[in-house]
Design a protein around this ligand. Structure first.
Ligand code: THU
Length: 129
């Protein structure tokens, strides 16, 4: 997963922030889907690496994430942004592990539940019929 995330990071389109991010999600079938951040001259249009990886998984017909790797090049591990946590929660349970990595390997591991406690999720939308 780290290799694929690193390869995706190398393809990041980050000319504005110069902050390259690579991500890889492992689906329930065992397939790996990688993505990088894709920035835009209209800055808010930027897509995070996690969103790119999730989109690749969904496009392949999968819906369940069981593990996540996020890799950055800075000194500190990069926690996923709030939007990415919400996007991961759409397709993962609170118990899955999210590995925050530098180029050399894992720096910190947290569960999605630790990153996004009391998440708003698909179940929240359940209404009495
Ligand atoms: N970024 C990600 O790709 N994932 C995150 O979880 C945090 C931020 C990207 C977006 C932008 O291209 C750059 O990092 C700086 O914010």
């Amino acid at each position: 997963m780290l290799d694929l995330a690193r390869q995706a990071l190398a393809n990041a389109h980050a000319p504005y922030s110069r902050f390259r991010v690579g991500a890889c999600v492992r689906s329930a079938s065992g397939q790996l889907y990688a993505g990088c951040n894709v920035e835009n001259a209209s800055y808010p249009v930027t897509q995070c690496a996690e969103a790119t990886a999730i989109g690749a998984m969904v496009a392949a017909g999968e819906r369940q994430i069981v593990e996540v790797v996020i890799v950055t090049e800075g000194a500190e591990p990069c926690p996923p942004c709030g939007r990415c946590r919400q996007q991961l929660a759409e397709f993962a349970t609170a118990t899955i592990r999210v590995h925050l990595c530098g180029p050399e390997g894992v720096r910190l591991t947290a569960t999605l539940g630790e990153l996004l406690p009391m998440a708003f999720g698909p179940k929240t939308l359940n209404r009495p019929s």
